[in-house]
Design a protein around this ligand. Structure first.
Ligand SMILES: [Zn+2]
Length: 672
């Protein structure tokens, strides 16, 4: 099922301390405001985090919001929207419900110390309910009633994530299954199984009554743990409000992973200046444009989050803003329908990505994504279950843990001629040995601190254990042949026989500590080579330093240059390249049925003007030379915004053309 492109998620968490709820709601005006703004789908509320219902429930009349003026709020929204062809998926809260947690304290998630939520004096509804408790029956009853009484296009279940729970129901269940509830690791596995079985159970329950509706469970993030409940989903929604706690990097990371899993993706942002619940605030239009066009470029559909004010009337200025962007999206859609990303590099996700939340993306992965995007490499993020064969090159950034199955898969990939760029501890097994294709062996002695703890990969304020690289040859292109600091110590290794040491690490005079130190930061170079730092064997290049983390932590451009040089050696002709600034990002998609590639160009610069990144301006670029590897016979290169054909050259499988002007976002159609 292909999702709609112009969606709204209309939050409506409305407490009982407000009256006249929905007093200014007018179904026709509501739907017409959406229609005029180009909206083609809106997720509306059956039940909110405060625990109130917004439809005429017969089963739980006491749960209908006490001050709701029109008990048919949701049914009337759906009916008026349907008359205009607008889909209306229905929102149901799961793990947060302010009323249920008071009525049934025994249904709450309890941690291993007996602690439940943030205590009685918290000013939020962020207190989890356990889906292993009888609360699940309540959820099913509500869902059943909605399916029985309302036309259901889709169901959006919110707040559905694994929770480490030691409530009586979880403990009984663990005991029955022979799980040691006292062991935090076993409890975590049980938590994942519990949430998976909840999702699969709920989807089966829905399918008994409705074969077609879309179904999504929101956990604010998508990572490899979703694989075990994939069958419960019809599509993915990527909650990722860049000006909220997600930041601008979360969406590209998660989307580059999610799009490899085979389901259509819908990306969330918000009309809010910051995030959900930021009433009467406005996203800068330039930022909203960037966020939506970025979604199109990465192959996602667009969703803008809003919150309906208690009176029930949509804010016209908000929908003027939404419309100013969605009318542009509407024009661009035909070039985005069924488009598939064309990629050649796979970045294998470090283990930290497998279970973490949206707040904790691994530094090594972030460093790799920043570097690759800044040079418009075409890449996906993969996990150990992904198919590697369609990628020319795999990157294993810094800390990709390897087990036997993955080792076999990677050895096979390298043996088939696939190129690999690995760094630091990637490829190191639990017993401290490298997998076969890494051309290095760890030395028996690894530097430790004064307490005897290993220092490799750690960052110290004064860079106490820093060492140096002297770039030269192909790997050092563009850098002066002199010491360049590496802010964190690498894994001390020696090259295996038959491999080539491209660069050694150069040690400092001494490691900085209270006994001896020099100046404000790291001790300078002693000019003495120590361990082997950059090693090549055939199609594999290995960096001993945590070079991706160093780039993410300190932004040292020479780290990026070294990686670009290594990529040039392994992948001399990338799919896409340009000579514009690093803030210009290009994304190559293909619409096979229309025999064309669509190259998206984006140039928006988020600036750290406050504790969130802000976009206020569009800075135009002119006369950008672009190269795209295209094997087909190119018929035409067309610029979307001007509608003009661009002059091009096509030789030896490479298409050369110049983009005359870029104002924010451009699509270049390459027909063959
Ligand atoms: Zn529980």
């Amino acid at each position: 099922m292909e999702l709609r492109f112009r969606q709204i998620h209309l939050d409506f968490h409305t407490c009982e301390h407000l009256s006249d709820i929905g007093s200014r709601f007018d179904a026709e005006e509501f739907a017409e405001t959406l229609h005029s703004a180009g909206v083609d789908s809106i997720t509306c509320f059956a039940r909110c985090h405060h625990g109130w219902l917004y439809y005429p429930s017969d089963r739980y009349p006491e749960k209908i919001h006490p001050y709701l003026k029109n008990k048919n709020l949701l049914p009337e929204m759906i009916e008026a929207c349907h008359r205009r062809g607008i889909r209306v998926p229905i929102y149901i809260t799961v793990q947060w419900d302010e009323q249920i947690r008071h009525e049934h304290p025994e249904w709450r998630v309890m941690d291993a110390n007996g602690k439940v939520g943030d205590g009685p004096y918290t000013d939020s509804f962020y207190q989890d309910l356990c889906v292993n408790s009888p609360y699940r029956d309540y959820l099913k009853n509500i869902t059943d009633e909605i399916l029985q009484t309302l036309p259901v296009d889709g169901l959006f279940f919110d707040i559905v994530s694994p929770r480490d729970c030691s409530c009586r129901y979880c403990m009984e269940s663990m005991q029955q299954q022979g799980i040691d509830a006292y062991d935090p690791v076993q409890r975590q596995v049980f938590a994942q199984q519990s949430i998976d079985s909840f999702k699969l159970d709920m989807s089966a329950f829905i399918r008994n009554q409705n074969q077609d509706c879309s179904i999504f469970y929101n956990g604010s993030h998508i990572n490899p743990s979703i694989r075990s409940s994939l069958a419960a989903y019809t599509h993915f929604e990527l909650e990722s409000l860049p000006s909220g706690s997600w930041g601008y990097l979360h969406f590209p990371v998660v989307m580059r992973y999610a799009r490899t899993l085979g389901l259509d993706c819908l990306a969330h942002t918000g009309k809010f200046h910051t995030e959900w619940g930021d009433f009467h605030s406005f996203k800068n239009r330039e930022a909203l444009e960037y966020e939506c066009f970025h979604m199109l470029a990465l192959g996602a559909k667009c969703l803008i989050g809003d919150q309906l004010e208690p009176c029930g009337k949509l804010s016209q200025p908000v929908y003027d803003l939404v419309g100013s962007v969605y009318h542009q999206v509407q024009q661009k859609e035909p070039w985005c329908c069924s488009a598939k990303a064309v990629t050649e590099i796979g970045v294998l996700a470090p283990h930290g990505f497998y279970n973490g939340s949206h707040l904790h993306l691994p530094d090594s992965l972030l460093g790799a994504v920043k570097m690759l995007e800044d040079r418009s490499y075409q890449f996906d993020i993969l996990d150990e279950f992904s198919d590697f064969q369609s990628y020319k090159l795999l990157i294993l950034p810094d800390d990709v843990a390897i087990d036997n199955t993955l080792e076999e898969k990677l050895n096979h990939y390298a043996a088939q001629g696939g190129a690999v760029l690995a760094s630091f501890e990637s490829g190191l097994s639990a017993d401290g040995k490298f997998m076969r294709f890494i051309p290095a062996l760890p030395l028996s002695h690894q530097t430790t601190d004064l307490d005897g703890k290993p220092v490799r990969g750690k960052f110290y304020v004064s860079n106490n254990y820093a060492d140096y690289l002297i770039p030269k040859g192909d790997i050092g292109k563009g850098l002066p042949e002199t010491e360049h600091v590496m802010y964190a110590k690498g894994l001390e290794v020696q090259a295996t026989e038959g491999s080539e040491v491209l660069l050694p690490a150069i040690s400092s005079y001494f490691n900085r500590n209270w006994r001896h130190f020099c100046s404000h930061r790291q001790t300078p170079s002693s000019s003495t080579p120590s361990y082997d730092a950059v090693i090549r064997r055939g199609n594999v290049i290995y960096f001993a330093h945590p070079i991706f983390k160093i780039y993410n932590e300190r932004g040292a451009k020479w780290c990026k240059t070294l990686i670009y040089n290594a990529l040039n050696m392994l992948l001399p002709r990338p799919l896409v390249s340009h000579t514009g600034p690093t803030t210009l990002h290009l994304y190559l998609n293909q619409q096979c049925s229309a025999s064309r590639y669509i190259l998206h160009a984006l140039h928006y610069i988020p600036l750290h003007k406050s504790n969130i990144d802000i976009i206020e301006d569009i800075i135009d670029l002119y006369q950008i030379p672009i190269e795209v590897a295209v094997s087909q016979d190119v018929k035409q290169v067309l610029c979307f915004s001007s509608g003009t054909s661009l002059p091009f050259e096509h030789s030896n499988g490479v298409l050369y053309f110049t983009l005359p002007k870029l104002h924010g976002h451009e699509m270049i159609e390459i027909s063959y």
